[in-house]
Design a protein around this ligand. Structure first.
Ligand SMILES: [Zn+2]
Length: 330
């Protein structure tokens, strides 16, 4: 049975405990359990000694408490389990499998690995983080999710890499299901940044750099020299620069400019216009724009970010055999 067919789009874990009575999880219902967790409406009956392997729980258990005080706290009795907000039962199952068995889990999708990465940070399980990052190395991560989870989970290089891909490829290539997994404020920041890049590239096409025409120019008149250059700029370099399929990156365009030869144009005039383009940062001002916009994107992490507000894609390629209960969300 495929999760894609059985798991409809839904919020990632409720914010509040369920109204209905919880149902024990199929596997994590140990008879000698001494700690009780609730994700959605699924009860996990586990051991505090094992949970200590998670930094989140070891910090919690590390607080000095008398036995009487513990009885008042959620988690210590089956009747009062500790509700974990914003996590699916299927996700807590994965977390507990890592805690108990360091089990690498079922066949995760890219989104599944990204969620595992976020959960490993939230619960404090370094082995799960390592496993998720190692596995994602070999997979193609949609750029919007690379930025989102790179910021959320502080993965070095991810925000920059994803951001650059989004600045060069058409934004309508972002799949709906990936967009739904990214924060709205991130999407807005990306759209605004990309709009500025589009504007800059169009301006560069329209506002053709002037030729610093040399008196010794073989073409004679400034008009003829300028017309020759304009033609080369619009039909040569800018065709690549404004390629509607995928923008050429700035370094590639700069290399093309350096290597560009213009038939009939005087070498001294061509050299002078190339130097002027570099001096006036006609092409490289885009790099400064990237830096400015990336600062804005990074600033988004300073506000509390909800975990993925909706889960429109499956976490696993297939349900682990015989574990159909894992996907139950009620
Ligand atoms: Zn000239």
């Amino acid at each position: 049975m495929s999760l894609a067919l059985t798991l409809p789009p839904q919020p990632v874990g409720p914010l509040l405990p369920p109204q209905q009575a919880p149902k024990p999880h199929r596997n994590f219902k140990f008879s000698d359990a001494n700690f009780f967790l609730l994700a959605e409406a699924t009860l996990f009956m586990v051991h505090s000694g094992m949970l200590r392997r998670c930094k989140m729980f070891s910090n919690m258990f590390g607080l000095p408490q008398t036995d009487n005080a513990k009885k008042q706290e959620d988690g210590y009795t089956r009747e009062r389990p500790l509700f974990i907000p914003q996590v699916l039962a299927v996700e807590l199952d994965v977390v507990l499998n890592f805690v108990y068995f360091e089990w690498p889990g079922p066949d995760f999708t890219v989104l599944g690995f990204l969620r595992l990465l976020a959960l490993s940070d939230r619960f404090g399980i370094p082995t799960a983080r390592d496993y998720a990052l190692r596995s994602l190395n070999d997979l193609s991560i949609p750029p919007i999710l690379r930025v989102e989870y790179g910021l959320l989970c502080e993965v070095e290089g991810w925000p920059e890499q994803g951001f650059m891909e989004l600045m060069l490829k058409p934004l309508h290539d972002i799949a709906d299901c990936d967009a739904h997994c990214a924060s709205p404020d991130l999407l807005l920041a990306i759209v605004k940044a990309r709009s500025q890049v589009d504007l800059l590239r169009r301006q560069t096409f329209v506002q053709i750099p002037d030729v610093p025409h040399a008196p010794t120019c073989s073409l004679g008149t400034r008009e003829l020299c300028t017309a020759t250059w304009r033609n080369a700029w619009c039909t040569g370099l800018c065709r690549l620069y404004l390629n509607p399929g995928e923008y050429a990156p700035v370094p590639e365009i700069t290399d093309k400019l350096n290597a560009a030869a213009v038939a009939n144009m005087d070498p001294a005039c061509l050299r002078a216009v190339k130097d002027a383009i570099v001096r006036d940062k006609v092409l490289t001002r885009e790099l400064e724009l990237y830096d400015t916009e990336l600062v804005k994107v990074r600033a988004l992490t300073r506000t509390p970010r909800l975990y993925t507000p909706a889960l429109p894609a499956p976490l696993f390629h297939s349900t682990p055999a015989g574990d159909d209960d894992m996907i139950e969300t009620e």
